[in-house]
Design a protein around this ligand. Structure first.
Ligand code: ADP
Ligand code: MG
Length: 320
């Protein structure tokens, strides 16, 4: 593209709330034929809420104190639920009905609310959570009140030699699963989920009408990914992908001769965004994602994805 064409393009882009990282950012892209989309925070709101837990109130409180150290949407959901729980003073409100067996579940609602409230003060000071570790793409671990606490994907616990067994029909459809272990013992599951952004379906329809192939790429479990994919009309899904695996999926597709746009918001998307022919970051996302991308969509609206791709095609002189 000539410099003038580019100036026009980026002018149009900024009107649309699409920021281009530099003058040559789009010129170096190829004509995109495949769009790889992160799920959480990109196609979904990224605002998760707790849909159920098998944990006793005491165990849930331990989980919440561990999660209070994390920035992940899952952590938000759990910490918020623990706070609400204090307000409601009832464990039933967040229970799936799988009866907790710990003696602590026998505490009166009032009593456990008082304990939880006392503990949330500790959460604020963070005094009882030490040795915290964020395990990328898997979960968290720390020492909480002297106990070794691990929370995250069931496979993360299994990889560390902890037996995690549960009937699959106990999982709410499409939920993200958080397994908790204390001192090497599996204590139960909690479930969180979020929803597709209101414009996500229209955006996917438009990408299809531009003749693009679409791939949903997520670190979340396959069932949670399938529920979103089905709702949006996406047929190609790569789930359970570790952060370092996302960039491999992009290069695998490029190896098939495809020109790939990657859309994401997380630290875990950064390498894939940088590796893609066109990296598109959500403005609501992390700085790492934006720094790795060619384009940032200020409004974080999925409908800006087809707009960004049209903009890049226009810059390449492929369309007027
Ligand atoms: P994504 O944002 O696509 O879900 P991540 O790499 O951030 O991918 O996380 C992958 C998975 O690791 C999550 O779906 C979840 O199962 C687990 N996980 C990550 N962070 C946490 C956390 N703070 N608490 C519990 N589980 C977590
Ligand atoms: Mg994300």
């Amino acid at each position: 593209a000539t410099p003038t064409a580019l100036a026009v393009s980026s002018g149009r882009g900024s009107q649309l709330g699409i920021l281009v990282s530099g003058p040559e950012a789009l010129e170096s892209t190829r004509s995109i034929d495949t769009v790889v989309l992160d799920k959480t925070g990109t196609l979904t709101t990224g605002v998760m809420s707790l849909t159920g837990t098998e944990l006793s109130s005491a165990d849930f409180d331990v989980l919440a104190r561990l999660e209070s150290r994390s920035e992940h949407p899952i952590a938000r959901a759990i910490v918020d639920a623990a706070t609400e729980f204090v307000g409601m003073g009832s464990a039933g409100a967040v229970s799936t009905g799988a009866a907790p067996t710990e003696p602590s579940s026998m505490e009166s609602a009032e009593e456990s609310a008082r304990t939880a409230s006392a503990r949330s003060v500790e959460t604020a000071t963070g005094s009882s959570v030490t040795d915290f570790e964020n395990i990328a793409g898997g979960g968290l671990r720390a020492t909480v009140d002297g106990a070794e606490v691990l929370a995250g994907r069931p496979d993360l616990l299994r990889e560390r030699g902890i037996a995690v067994d549960y009937p699959t029909d106990s999982i709410p459809r499409g939920a993200t699963i958080v397994a908790l272990a204390i001192d090497g013992q599996f204590r139960g599951l909690s479930f969180v989920s979020d929803e597709a952004k209101p414009t996500a379906k229209a955006a996917i329809d438009e990408l299809h009408s531009l003749g693009l192939s679409i791939v949903l790429l997520t670190g979340d479990n396959a069932q949670a990914a399938e529920v979103v994919a089905e709702a949006l009309g996406i047929t190609e899904v790569r789930a359970d992908v570790r952060p370092e695996g996302k960039v491999s999926v992009v290069s695998e597709l490029q190896g098939q001769g495809r020109a790939v746009a990657m859309v994401g918001d997380g630290v875990n998307d950064a390498a894939a965004l940088a590796g893609a022919d066109l990296g598109i970051a959500m403005g609501s996302g992390t700085d790492a994602a934006m720094a790795a991308s060619d384009v940032t969509m200020v409004k974080s609206d999925p409908q800006q994805i087809p707009q960004a791709i049209r903009l890049s095609r226009r810059t390449l002189g492929l369309i007027k």
